[in-house]
Design a protein around this ligand. Structure first.
Ligand code: COA
Length: 712
């Protein structure tokens, strides 16, 4: 947003709203939106706009936006696609800063040109657009329900940003039955202009919003989103569902939104880096939001499980381990606190097993004692259907306990398992606002999300590290390749880039004659490696263009001639720039460090176990730029083969500092040199602690430019 861009607060708290396309006909979308605004109790003035004039839903209609008399900050456009452009211009001239373009028929159906045209008109007139192709917008701060979804939206403190309109409408209904109150729901549709990142800025600072939930299909400006997420999660939890996980889902999402879904693994890693809670299902996401909305993260680690069924207790115990929930284990204290409150053959060890004999008073007593115990910070209440304890009599006790826990600032979640009566009571319990599930794993997972957010708040995201690279020198290399009509760098050019970035590599020299090759090899010291350098040969080994382990001048002479012979025979038209003579790197752990510009999350770095294994093991970690040393360290720790770097079977620890430094430097190349699009150092050979790491091979690509190769 430029400095002159309107304040996004006006979108959420508009002084007046116009509905362009407000129709008197009840079946029309423009009618429904106006009706919802009026029914929702919006506090500002509302102006229906319809060329017929007259009255719509009791309000006088303006024949055009120009007739509006009074400040309007938001106009909802519910008119056919071919009329939107002129309406955008009209609103712009009227000084309306935000437009909600409900109309479909733009880029989502391939009509990219019209979407660009309305965007250009909006830019020209200083107007910002939400949409097009949206179901509208709800802002609790203004009591404004400008959607054509359900009329009743439960106010509260969960904000939803959704790329899918239909899912958004359905979520309004779902949140209402689950007693999840909303502070805002924004349908972003095709995201021609305003996107999730713009909205996050407002919602992160909005006092009435405790948690933000985003449903994302495709991301257009990844770097911007990552920055906004990092800033938002430092203030409040953000839960994200990114659809298009499966290859099939990605295709469906792409055709739905007109934007491509990026690779799921990368997205997952980057969300973790941004401290975003990624949910797999809408149900999961809404459960987490409900809990976040009602209670702050626990002040300590200790959880207790209260159950009337041993099996349920064991399942919940397993789930606690899986989702990082620590079970209180001071057995003396547990016995002292709970033994007097349970049937004689119950167990006060955690899980606190009230047994099948348990009655409502046992539940009440145990949950109350846990709430009052300062050493206990959260609880999981479990119920298994039994003949002894009827769920109908138990539900009010559980609801009462949950209210007390919420008032006491401690989280309490439930899982109730059984037949039809239990399912009914579960719904009733949920409607009271309790976080209640039919599965102990789901209950513990929600509690785990709360703990994860708390842990993230305690470990703020590391500051980005500034690493100096000689960007001018790298650009000069890139210019040279471009002048030569190439987007890829030849080996000596890639070496020059590594040098400019301060990344250690084996010594190399380019030989154009046999004599030069021998002299270079002697200067570097044996053993050496020879590699062909040719813009026409990318896969050197495949054509016999590489010779390893050359121990003396005689072997260099033979290899030099063999390489030239092989290349001429297999790629007769190849222009050969020379033969590179390289120091033969000593053996170490082969890793890979890469960087590229990802469609979904912007510029990223990658680290993994390298060499020939990378394709098979796919043991890699990704992070978005900018990057701190802590992020680089976390990448190393994340890969499964991390123990190889720590030293296995009596080997010494490897130089992980050198690996981290390389990751930061490779990232810095991408950040400082917009012309570089892909870097892959493979292998980066890592030696023992203190002995560094060396980039044995590097592939570097330049960014694609519109209009093709060359200078551009
Ligand atoms: N200014 C003000 N009003 C205008 C207008 C203009 N420039 N041009 C037309 N109108 C009026 C029409 O006269 C009509 O009012 P009326 O009923 O009194 O005649 C009203 O606006 C609506 O126009 P109409 O031509 O009847 O369109 P519609 O209501 O059938 O469809 C949309 C309009 C926007 C709903 C439709 O084009 C559309 O995009 N539908 C899909 C919406 C959607 O699903 N969005 C995504 C959800 S996730």
């Amino acid at each position: 947003m430029s400095d002159s861009a309107p304040d996004i607060r006006r979108l959420f708290e508009p002084r007046g709203v116009a509905v362009v396309g407000a129709s008197a006909q009840p079946g029309k979308i423009g009618h429904k939106i106006l009706a919802n605004i009026l029914a929702g109790g919006y506090r500002g003035r509302t102006f229906p706009v319809n060329p017929r004039g007259g009255e719509v839903l009791g309000l006088p209609a303006c024949k055009s936006v120009e007739e509006i008399d009074g400040p309007v900050d938001v106009a909802v456009l519910a008119i056919p696609v071919e009329k939107v452009h002129d309406a955008v211009v009209g609103c712009g001239k009227q000084g309306i800063p935000f437009l909600l373009v409900v109309t479909s028929g733009f880029s989502e159906v391939g009509n990219v040109a019209e979407e660009r045209r309305i965007l250009a008109a909006a830019r020209e007139h200083g107007v910002r657009i939400v949409g097009p192709n949206i179901f509208g917008f709800y802002s609790g701060a203004a009591a404004l329900n400008a959607t054509f979804g359900p009329r009743d939206i439960t106010p509260g403190n969960v904000a939803i940003i959704t790329q899918s309109g239909a899912l958004g409408v359905a979520m309004i209904g779902k949140t209402a039955v689950e007693n999840i109150g909303l502070s805002a729901i924004v349908s972003v549709g095709n995201k021609a202009d305003i996107d999730e990142a713009d909205l996050l800025g407002y919602l992160a600072g909005h006092d009435g919003t405790k948690v933000i939930f985003m449903y994302v299909e495709g991301v257009k400006e990844g770097g911007k989103l990552v920055r906004a997420l990092r800033a938002a999660t430092a203030q409040k939890p953000v839960v994200v569902i990114k659809s298009g996980r499966s290859k099939r889902g990605a295709v469906a999402a792409a055709s739905h939104t007109g934007s491509l879904a990026g690779s799921d693994e990368i997205f997952d890693d980057v969300m973790r880096q941004c401290h975003v809670l990624r949910a797999e299902t809408v149900k999961e996401a809404l459960s987490w939001c409900k809990l976040f909305a009602h209670v702050a993260p626990p002040s300590g680690d200790n959880a207790v499980i209260v159950t009337n069924g041993g099996g349920m207790g064991v399942l919940a115990t397993d789930a606690c381990e899986k989702y990082g929930v620590h079970l209180y284990d001071d057995h003396e204290e547990l016995k002292r606190a709970f033994a007097p409150l349970m049937p004689s053959f119950g167990s006060a060890r955690n899980p606190i097993d009230l047994t099948g004999e348990a009655g409502v008073e046992h539940y009440r007593g145990a949950l109350d004692a846990a709430l009052r115990n300062p050493a206990i910070h959260s609880a999981i209440g479990l119920y298994c259907e039994t003949a002894v304890l009827d769920i109908v009599s138990c539900t009010p006790i559980l609801a009462e306990a949950e209210r007390a826990w919420r008032a006491g600032g401690k989280p309490l979640v439930f899982a109730l398992f059984g037949g039809g009566r239990v399912a009914e009571q579960l719904d009733a319990l949920r409607r009271t606002g309790a976080s209640a599930f039919d599965e102990p794993y789901e209950a513990v997972q929600s509690l785990g999300a709360l703990y994860r957010h708390r842990d993230w708040l305690r470990q703020p995201q590391g500051a980005a590290e500034t690493v100096e690279v000689d960007a001018a020198r790298i650009q000069a290399v890139a210019d040279q390749a471009r002048a030569d009509g190439r987007r890829f760098l030849l080996a000596p050019e890639a070496s020059a880039v590594l040098d400019a970035a301060g990344i250690p590599r084996p010594q190399t020299a380019l030989a154009r004659t046999l004599d030069e090759a021998v002299r270079s090899a002697e200067a570097i010291g044996f053993p050496v490696v020879l590699k062909v350098v040719s813009r026409d040969i990318l896969h050197k080994s495949d054509v016999g263009g590489v010779a390893l382990h050359l121990d003396d001048a005689g072997e260099v002479i033979d290899a030099y001639e063999a390489i030239l012979h092989n290349c001429r025979a297999r790629v007769p038209k190849a222009v050969i720039d020379g033969i590179e003579v390289c120091e033969m790197a000593a053996q170490g752990v082969e890793t890979i460090v890469g960087a590229r510009r990802d469609a979904s999350v912007g510029p990223i770095v990658m680290f993994g176990l390298g060499g020939i294994y990378v394709e098979v093991l796919k043991d890699v970690a990704f992070r978005a730029l900018p990057l701190g040393r802590g992020d680089a360290g976390a990448m190393l720790a994340q890969i499964r083969s991390y123990p190889l770097l720590l030293g296995v079977r009596g080997e010494k620890r490897k130089d992980t500092d050198a690996v981290q430094a390389t990751i930061l430097r490779v990232g810095a190349i991408l950040q400082r040199c917009p012309d570089v699009s892909d870097i892959e150092v493979n292998p980066l050979v890592v030696y023992e602690q203190g002995k560094g790491a060396r980039a044995v091979d590097a592939r570097i690509l330049l960014a694609e430019r519109e209009g093709g190769k060359g200078h551009g």
